[in-house]
Each structure stands twice: as structure tokens, then as C-alpha cells.
Design a protein around this ligand. Structure first.
Ligand code: DC
Length: 226
């Protein structure tokens, strides 16, 4: 049976990756977390003093791109991101790196390099890839395109709960402000802003359980491969 490309885009903290991972497991496909790739670039920039609160050293970052090698490994059935041979999975999940990722992902040369890598990873099909521009830029011919959303408040609450569970509790108001700030940046940047592809199916999960979302996604997948 032909292995398709499933492109899942949407806002931050809307549960895309949970859904994408579950579908990849169900279908026996490879899961590619493109947000993790932007986070890895941001972490590299932080570690090499190429980014601070106000500025990004774009010339330095551009020069460094060839030295940034990103891959994925599986540890106890969980995908981990590897940056230059080091497992950075927990380091890329902080708020600091999320903010850095949102900023470096607005830079054209960063996007071009990561898009090329993502296209290479998915060229044989059999992938579920999630991000912001998968259906619009990376795989505009993906057989199944899904755009996921939920209200900013619902997403902030989910993010707040996640951070708290990791012992990194932040005031809810800060988490909400961060979600809104990232939404604004993701949808207003000049390079590949987040938007629903014309032929993407919309999945608003504000009032859905994980199981309900997965059932819907599975039914779309089955319908597409049939
Ligand atoms: O999905 P995430 O929160 O891990 O993504 C981190 C940042 O990277 C987010 O601000 C949006 C950006 N991103 C992007 O611009 N394009 C992608 N394909 C994936 C993520």
C-alpha cells in the first residue's frame, strides 16, 4: 500500500504532536517533529551566545548553520531530539527555548535549511510531520492535511498544567501571554506565516478529548488511504 504524507499544522500547545505521534504509531509511519528542529537551532544559538533578549546575531547564525546537525532517536519508545550528537530533548522544552525558537523560525535562511531537511526526511512518504508550514510549504502535495486549533485560553491551561507537572510552574497569566505572543509572531511573520492551507481539514479541539480527536484523525487517515 502506498505510504502517504500526513501534514499537521497548527498553533502552539494545541496538542498537534500528541495527535501526530499517535497517528504515526497507528499507521506504522515515522513521526517528524519540526518544531523540535527550530527549538534545536534556538538552543544552539543560546549556547553559542548568538541570541539575547533583544538581538539575534544573524550573520553568526548563518555561518553556524552548517555546524548544526539535527536528528532524532527513540529512547524507551519516546522520540528525542539530538543536536550535534547530544540528546537535548529536555533542554529544548523550556519556555526560554520556545521563545528563541519562535524568533529564529522567523528568519528566512533558517527556514530554508530546515525545510530542505524536512523534505528529505519525508520524500519517501510514510511520515506524519507536524509544524506550522508543513501543508503550505514543506509538503504542499501532502495527501492528508490537517490544521489544528483551540482557543488561546484552552492551550495556555494545557501548557500551564504541563509545566507544573514538570515542576516548572509559571503564573497562568504569563503562560497565556506567552501563547498569545507566539501566536502573533507565528501568524504575522513575513516568512511562511502560520495559516490553514486551502485544502486542509480543520480540527478545533477546544472541546474535544484526546480520544475524540484521535478517532477523527484516524477516520480522515483511513478515508485518505482507501
Ligand atoms: O511546535 P513548537 O512549539 O515546538 O515550535 C517551536 C517554534 O517553532 C514555534 O514558535 C513555531 C516554530 N515552528 C515553525 O515556524 N515552523 C514549523 N514547521 C515548526 C515550528
Amino acid at each position: 500500500m502506498k505510504k502517504i504524507v500526513v501534514a499537521i499544522d497548527g498553533f502552539s500547545s494545541c496538542g498537534k504532536s500528541t495527535m501526530a505521534k499517535a497517528l504515526a504509531k497507528y499507521a506504522g509511519y515515522t513521526y517528524v517533529d519540526t518544531g523540535a528542529m527550530y527549538r534545536a537551532v534556538a538552543l544552539y544559538a543560546i549556547d553559542h551566545n548568538l541570541i539575547d533578549a533583544d538581538n539575534i546575531d544573524e550573520i553568526g547564525l548563518n555561518k553556524a548553520l552548517n555546524d548544526i546537525k539535527i536528528s532524532f532517536i527513540t529512547v524507551d519508545s519516546v522520540q528525542h531530539t539530538v543536536l550535534n550528537g547530544v540528546d537535548v530533548e529536555s533542554r529544548i522544552r523550556t519556555l526560554e527555548v520556545a521563545n528563541g525558537a519562535s524568533r529564529v523560525s522567523a528568519i528566512g535562511f533558517v527556514r530554508r535549511a530546515l525545510v530542505a531537511l524536512q523534505q528529505e526526511m519525508g520524500k519517501e512518504g510514510g511520515v506524519v510531520m507536524d509544524g506550522r508550514d508543513i501543508a503550505t510549504v514543506v509538503f504542499p502535495n501532502a495527501e492528508l492535511k490537517v490544521f489544528v486549533t483551540a482557543t488561546a485560553e484552552v492551550r495556555a491551561q494545557r501548557r500551564y498544567d504541563e509545566l507544573k507537572a514538570k515542576g516548572e510552574e509559571q503564573p497562568y497569566a504569563d503562560v497565556l501571554a506567552n501563547v498569545q505572543e507566539r501566536d502573533y509572531r507565528d501568524t504575522h511573520r513575513a516568512e511562511s506565516p502560520l495559516r490553514q492551507a486551502d485544502d486542509a481539514r480543520l480540527l478545533d479541539n477546544s472541546n474535544m478529548t484526546r480520544e475524540e480527536q484521535f478517532e477523527l484523525l484516524k477516520s480522515w487517515f483511513e478515508e485518505t488511504i482507501a
